[in-house]
Write a protein that binds this ligand. Structure first.
Ligand SMILES: Nc1ncnc2c1ncn2[C@@H]1O[C@H](COP(=O)(O)OP(=O)(O)OP(=O)(O)O)[C@@H](O)[C@H]1O
Ligand SMILES: [Mg+2]
Length: 378
């Protein structure tokens, strides 16, 4: 899949802006606060109808304006498609080839992107809930079953927590009803555990090799850490372990008025040679670990969607030494379309730069485009 061009009208700091991309590597250069990230954000928003940087859509509209329009043209094998997304007075309109698409699920999936942003460092440095959030977002894109079970799980979890509180204050409460809630909860939890476990296992098939290619450090791994121990991830094993856990902790859960075990308490960590990267990793090692995680998602998405995603890399070079920068680019310089932002081209090898399309952005305007193909799509 190739994004040939995007047009932005009143999106963030862009008034009326257009940019053509080439097939392989595109590098957007500019000083701080000129609009580099905004370009990647617009592509992400066009793909998924919402941004990763704000939950409030209206923040995306250029100040003092009332609507934004993002238009993109994609080429997918022999197909040309025009996508557009418009936001006006809290109403979003998504179009494919100028036809309005009413169901969001019919729209999403026409443009696949994988984005690595500096905010991703939170996956490593942040709290377990940041990591669970990451799992939810990524797995939701791959499995509609996951979204369904996860939403049901959340509803039942709330009901069960409310009922535990009620049992604490009312000694005549109905324990059979608690059992029903517990069984319903377990029923959803099993799917969530299995999907999370499978996703992490898939990531582990790729992440170590990617990390080693860039850093020469071996054995990067993601370790799934649910707060219930499972011998394996077979359905029966999980159901049994959860039932035992809830049975043994019933009194405690009633006293605390909440469900103490389950996927809402999951975590995972990045380890290299058994060391937690959050504790032992340098800044650069941590940064490369989440980039490796994103790269590991590429083949997983590709397998699932049968198309090559567009790779958006926001500010991936800062804090990396010259060798790592070049290894990183070399690693992705193949069949993928990649759009990278950076403050400068310092340290990037001539050979890579000659093959890339370079854009300079200043104050929401394209002031220069260069590189071999001069802005035209190869
Ligand atoms: N809704 C908006 N309307 C107008 N301008 C906006 C809006 N939202 C953000 N901006 C402006 O966009 C600019 C930030 O753009 P962006 O985040 O793309 O910067 P950047 O080039 O990626 O910088 P850095 O190198 O620091 O990451 C800021 O000047 C900000 O004030
Ligand atoms: Mg930025």
């Amino acid at each position: 899949m190739i994004l040939r061009k995007i047009k932005l009208v009143n999106f963030r700091n862009y008034k009326n802006f257009g940019i053509n991309f080439q097939k392989n590597i595109n590098i957007i250069i500019g000083d701080n606060a000129q609009g580099k990230t905004n370009i990647l954000e617009s592509i992400y928003t066009l793909a998924l109808t919402k941004s990763y940087r704000t939950t409030l859509d209206s923040n995306l509209i250029r100040k003092d304006q009332e609507k934004f329009i993002i238009t993109g043209e994609i080429r997918d094998d022999k197909i040309f498609k025009k996508l557009s997304l418009e936001l006006y007075k809290n109403n979003k309109t998504a179009k494919i080839n100028d036809n309005v698409i009413n169901k969001i699920s019919d729209y999403i999936g026409n443009l696949y992107v994988i984005l690595s942003s500096p905010d991703d460092l939170q996956i490593i440095k942040g709290s377990p809930s940041d990591r669970r959030n990451f799992l939810n977002i990524e797995i939701s894109q791959l499995s509609s079953n996951y979204i369904k079970k996860y939403n049901e799980f959340n509803k039942i979890l709330k009901m069960r927590n409310d009922y535990l509180k009620l049992l604490y204050t009312n000694s005549l409460g109905d324990y059979n009803y608690l059992d029903i809630l517990t069984n319903n909860l377990i029923n959803r939890e099993v799917d969530i555990y299995i999907e999370r476990y499978n996703f992490i296992s898939k990531i582990n098939e790729y992440i170590s090799e990617i990390y080693q290619n860039i850093t020469e450090i071996d054995n990067l791994k993601i370790v799934y850490q649910p707060n219930v121990e499972f011998k394996d991830y077979e359905r029966e094993t999980i159901v049994k372990a959860l039932s035992d856990k809830y049975r043994m902790n019933q009194k405690r859960e009633i006293m605390m008025g909440m469900t103490l075990y389950g996927p809402h308490r999951d975590d995972f960590s990045f380890t290299f040679d058994e060391n937690d990267i959050k504790i032992y990793g340098s800044q650069g090692q941590q940064k490369l670990a989440f980039i490796a995680l994103k790269f590991a998602e590429i083949p997983i998405f590709e397998e699932k969607t049968n198309t090559k995603p567009i790779i958006l890399l926001d500010d991936i070079f800062s804090e990396l030494d010259k060798t790592k920068k070049n290894k990183l680019i070399k690693y992705i310089d193949n069949d993928y379309q990649v759009i990278i932002t950076s403050n400068d081209t310092k340290d990037i090898s001539k050979k890579i730069l000659n093959n890339a399309n370079i854009y300079r952005i200043k104050d929401g305007k394209l002031i220069e485009k260069g590189g071999e193909s001069n802005g035209r799509t190869k």
